[in-house]
Ligand binder design. Structure first.
Ligand SMILES: *[C@@H]1O[C@H](CO)[C@@H](O)[C@H](O)[C@H]1NC(C)=O
Ligand SMILES: *[C@@H]1O[C@H](CO)[C@@H](O)[C@H](O)[C@H]1NC(C)=O
Ligand SMILES: *[C@@H]1O[C@H](CO)[C@@H](O)[C@H](O)[C@H]1NC(C)=O
Ligand SMILES: *[C@@H]1O[C@H](CO)[C@@H](O)[C@H](O)[C@H]1NC(C)=O
Length: 961
């Protein structure tokens, strides 16, 4: 373990993480994205679609409300694949090749409202498949291969309202019967099931609650209702039904369908007469909307005669190859409010045709072959919406839309219009939406100088406009959205957008606008409320670091600026380009071949919260610095995908305390360190796909954090692959065994704490039981130091004393009465006695050491008390140390009391000395003391000790006294 404190700290942190937070819920669900906080029961969404899952991923956050696992390859689902998801409301398991779901699985979702199992391979609905879904309201089983439904499969679905069984293999309408056990069923979709007959008796004989039934695309030979089972039916679709142009229609009572409001009879295989009979004879009392698309073989004139039933509101007749609308065709359709003739071949319309339909509000003529409008609509005073898109109209005249004073919406896109007469929209005072895209306009002219005060949306993209003149839109004071993208605009005059007081969105994308076009801020004057400006895909480029006139300085309300994808690259982003954009919140600056960001770029945009700089080239070191972000502390979402950065360390000091989304995929990031992760603590989403990760312990923290964080979601983590070391190239970074990184830390931790614990125990033990020994050791050490320093001095100097006397205070009397008179008085030795010769005020230990070192010999007066006395023992220690060092016999032991050798055992060294008989014994009371004094004199006179004693004291034995 290298002594890198940061690393160590990170690993310690990690360890704690692993230990203490281990199985808290996290976002580590592989391949899924989670939106919403993990604890937010209201919105928590887990999205796992199109991820190649072969099993149900886990663990799914337990509070999930919406779970989408569509477009995978799950094949089979077992009860154990899911945990209880009590909060789940929507479950999408569509398009996942599911052929089997174990009974009981649905009990995990007691509160499910929406279940989508569409587009799988289910073959039947067993009695227990749906058991437990008492709250289910919408069930999609469409596009499976269901052949049978168990009689009791739907009995528990008390709240089911909508059931989609379209596109299965049910074959007989009686096979659908079990679904009616769901008591609230309102909408039943059973299109494309291969039914060859619909017989009401096979479904029910009693009235049903059904409001919607879709039987379309079934090859019915018979449509027969013999009981009033549909008293509530609103919507009936039998389009594309029948075989061989024949379908027997048999209603035993003509009023059976009198509640139907919407009827789709498109492409039914009826002979024309039968269709007319159906329209004519059935009692369609409530019918409002009728669809008669794709009845190509029938005569439109005849159809229209019978189709325009008295109460009918809306009639649609797409794909009927109608080419000609003649004068009396709509004679009977006077009540229609919407007429849809889209996708026909209409090139001719006789104006009087609309004379009768005076209520008409919506007229749809899209995808036809009209080349002129003429004054077709002059008889339609209440018309609100006209769709003339995708025709061949090339010229418009002033009378074309005259009188359409109520018109709200006009679609003229995808025609061949090259010119807008100035009078053309003159009367349309209520016009709100006008779409003129994909035409051939070279210029807008003066059409919008007239007042169209209610126009809110004007779209003129995909034309050939090249210049926008001053005051072009001055009549459009109510305009909110102006779309001029995909033209060839290279010139915009000052005041071009004047008087657009209410304009909030202006698109000028994909034109030929250059930096010169917008050089003067006056180009954008007159739009005080502009919120969003699109300038992407133009040819703006800059070469200077600052601009004389920042182009957007008048747009103080602008919130969104999209300037990305300049075709020749923007070159530089001038440091004051955004000056004046004090409300700017979103900036799209990707794909401009930008390679540096000036630190002042965002100085004027303190509200910026979204920044997209992807697909630029920030290869160079310091092309983005932390300073760039200092003026934008509210930045929440940063997108820097494909910008060739190698490190995110510029974010360390960026102080982005609100950054919650960071997308940096497709870069060459290799290590995400702990510092970075910590500096990005507010992150909710982190996307680092397709980077070049190093797979070693330097990323262990990142990986573990990504797996365990319950706040930050590292998106598609298991798609991240290693680029280094070569042996792991292409492997998932999750294959990296971070355990081994942890184990090291753990081991070190273990060792450290063990050592710590043992040391603590030892210290307290020593303190408790051995404190004096330790103290001796200390003094011994001091003595050693002292000894070495004294050695040199002593070599020259003679001793101050002949003997240092070490004794216990209780023996002071003996010293004074016996020892002193004999040794100093009679024999004339100089003695060192501590009560007499010690310097006052010096530490006692220094005095003792001085005494010993300044004396040739040390005499210890041994008694029980002496042995117990700590100070005396210390003196012996030091004396023996000197002996040990100098290999000289300096110690004389005098036993004043009889102490058996075995009692000396705690004083090990002394026992050794005693055993070697290098001691004197004070005679017992009454015995002669002369021999004693004589021996002592000899001892004091000797310079060298006996050989054995030297050996003994030279440390062959451990000095453990
Ligand atoms: C979720 O947790 C976060 C922090 O743990 C907390 O601030 C937030 O209020 C919680 N939200 C809900 C809905 O409980
Ligand atoms: C995750 O997605 C990738 C690619 O979409 C896929 O190859 C992989 O099998 C998925 N992982 C899991 C666990 O299903
Ligand atoms: C029913 O299923 C069909 C076929 O999959 C689909 O097109 C249709 O939108 C579905 N309708 C409803 C209401 O779910
Ligand atoms: C219509 O159905 C009834 C009852 O099943 C039957 O009696 C009658 O013959 C049928 N009519 C036609 C024309 O098939």
């Amino acid at each position: 373990m290298a002594a890198n404190p940061k690393k160590l700290r990170s690993k310690l942190h990690l360890l704690f993480h692993v230990i203490f937070i281990a199985r808290v819920e996290a976002f580590s669900l592989t391949n899924c994205t989670v939106s919403g906080a993990l604890n937010d029961t209201r919105v928590l969404k887990v999205l796992c679609y199109k991820m190649g899952f072969r099993t149900v991923p886990s663990p799914i956050p337990s509070k999930v409300r919406h779970l989408d696992m569509s477009f995978n390859s799950i094949f089979q689902i077992r009860v154990g694949d899911f945990d209880d998801l009590e909060n789940l409301r929507n479950l999408n398991l569509s398009s996942s090749k599911i052929s089997w779901i174990q009974d009981g699985t649905m009990k995990h979702f007691p509160n499910l409202i929406n279940l989508n199992l569409a587009n799988n391979h289910l073959e039947s609905v067993s009695s227990d498949l749906l058991r437990g879904l008492a709250n289910l309201q919408v069930l999609r089983l469409d596009a499976n291969t269901i052949q049978s439904i168990d009689t009791y499969a739907f009995t528990g679905l008390k709240n089911l309202r909508v059931l989609n069984l379209t596109g299965n293999n049910l074959r007989q309408i009686s096979n659908v019967k079990p679904v009616l056990a769901a008591p609230r069923l309102e909408e039943l979709y059973v299109a494309k099931n291969g039914f060859d007959a619909f017989d009401s008796g096979n479904l029910s004989k009693t009235p049903l609650l059904l409001k919607t039934i879709d039987l379309s695309y079934n090859p019915l030979t018979r449509f027969q209702i013999t009981d009033n089972i549909f008293p509530n039916l609103d919507f009936l679709d039998i389009s594309y039904c029948g075989q061989d142009r024949k379908m027997l229609w048999n209603l035993t009572d003509k009023t059976f369908l009198n509640s139907v409001k919407t009827l789709n009879l498109s492409a039914v295989h009826f002979p024309e007469d039968d269709l007319i009979t159906v329209l004519q004879e059935v009692h369609w009392a409530s019918l409002l909307k009728l669809k008669l698309n794709n009845l190509k073989r029938m005569n439109v004139g005849t159809l229209l005669q019978y189709a325009c039933l008295p109460g009918l509101d809306v009639l649609r007749m797409h794909h009927n190859r109608i080419s000609n609308l003649t004068a009396d065709m709509l004679e009977r359709c006077s009540n229609l409010t919407e007429l849809d003739f889209g996708e026909n071949e209409i090139s001719q319309i006789s104006a009087p045709i609309f004379k009768e339909v005076t209520q008409l509000q919506v007229l749809r003529l899209q995808i036809n072959k009209l080349s002129r409008v003429n004054d077709l609509f002059r008889n339609l005073p209440v018309l609100k919406i006209i769709d003339l898109s995708r025709n061949r109209i090339s010229a418009l005249t002033c009378s074309d839309f005259a009188n359409l004073t109520q018109l709200n919406t006009l679609y003229l896109y995808s025609n061949r219009i090259s010119n807008l007469p100035s009078c053309i929209f003159k009367e349309m005072n209520k016009l709100e939406i006008l779409k003129l895209g994909s035409n051939k306009l070279l210029t807008i002219g003066t059409a919008f100088k007239n007042d169209l005060p209610f126009l809110k949306v004007l779209e003129i993209p995909f034309n050939k406009l090249s210049k926008i003149h001053k005051d072009t839109f001055m009549g459009l004071s109510g305009l909110q959205t102006l779309h001029l993208g995909d033209n060839q605009i290279s010139e915009i005059e000052d005041q071009a957008f004047s008087r657009l007081q209410n304009l909030t969105h202006l698109s000028l994308s994909s034109n030929r606008i250059t930096d010169k076009t917008i050089k003067d801020p006056a180009v954008f004057s007159g739009m005080p409320n502009l919120r969003s400006l699109d300038l992407f895909s133009n040819v703006i480029s800059y070469f200077h670091d600052t601009l004389k006139m920042p182009p957007f300085s008048l747009l103080s309300s602008l919130e969104i600026l999209a300037i990305h994808s300049q075709r020749h690259g923007i070159g530089k982003l001038p440091s004051n380009l955004l000056q004046g954009l004090t409300s700017l919140k979103m900036f799209y600056g990707g794909n401009m071949n930008l390679n540096r960001l000036h630190p002042n770029t965002f100085n004027s945009t303190p509200k910026l919260y979204f920044l997209d700089l992807s697909k630029n080239t920030f290869t160079a070191e310091a092309s983005i610095t932390a300073e760039v972000f200092h003026p934008v502390p509210r930045l929440t979402k940063l997108i820097i995908s494909r910008v060739q950065i190698r490190s995110l360390n510029f974010l360390l000091k960026a102080n982005l305390s609100r950054l919650s989304v960071l997308k940096a995929p497709e870069n060459t990031l290799d290590i995400i360190n702990m510092m970075l992760i910590q500096s990005l603590s507010p992150l909710k989403y982190l996307d680092l796909r397709k980077n070049t990760f190093t797979c070693d312990c330097s990323n262990a923290f990142f990986i573990n954090w990504a797996l365990s964080s319950n706040y930050t979601q590292v998106i598609y983590l298991n798609q991240y692959t290693c680029s280094y070391p070569p042996s792991l190239e292409g492997k998932s970074i999750l294959d990296l065994n971070t355990e081994s990184c942890n184990v090291n830390v753990g081991f070190v931790m273990f060792v450290c704490s063990s050592v710590l614990v043992i040391a603590t125990l030892l210290v307290s033990f020593i303190y408790q039981f051995l404190r004096w020994q330790v103290l001796y050791a200390y003094y011994l050490f001091v003595a050693f130091l002292y000894d070495s320093s004294q050695k040199k001095k002593q070599q020259q100097n003679s001793f101050k004393y002949d003997a240092f006397i070490s004794y216990n205070t209780q023996d002071e009397a003996w010293v004074a009465e016996e020892l002193l008179p004999h040794l100093e008085g009679e024999q004339g030795w100089r003695l060192c006695l501590h009560h007499r010769d010690f310097e006052l005020g010096r530490p006692i230990i220094e005095n003792i050491m001085d005494g010993i070192y300044n004396s040739r010999k040390t005499i210890c007066l041994i008694t029980y008390d002496y042995l117990m006395s700590t100070w005396c023992s210390k003196e012996i220690q030091m004396a023996t140390f000197r002996l040990f060092d100098e290999q000289k016999d300096v110690l004389i032991l005098i036993f004043l009391e009889d102490i058996p050798t075995h009692q000396l055992s705690p004083y090990h060294r002394m026992r050794q000395l005693v055993k070697k008989k290098t001691y004197l014994k004070w005679p017992k009371r009454g015995e002669d003391t002369r021999v004693f004094w004589q021996k002592l004199r000899i001892a004091l006179e000797t310079k060298e000790g006996p050989e054995e004693e030297k050996a003994l004291l030279s440390g062959q034995e451990k000095p453990d006294c």
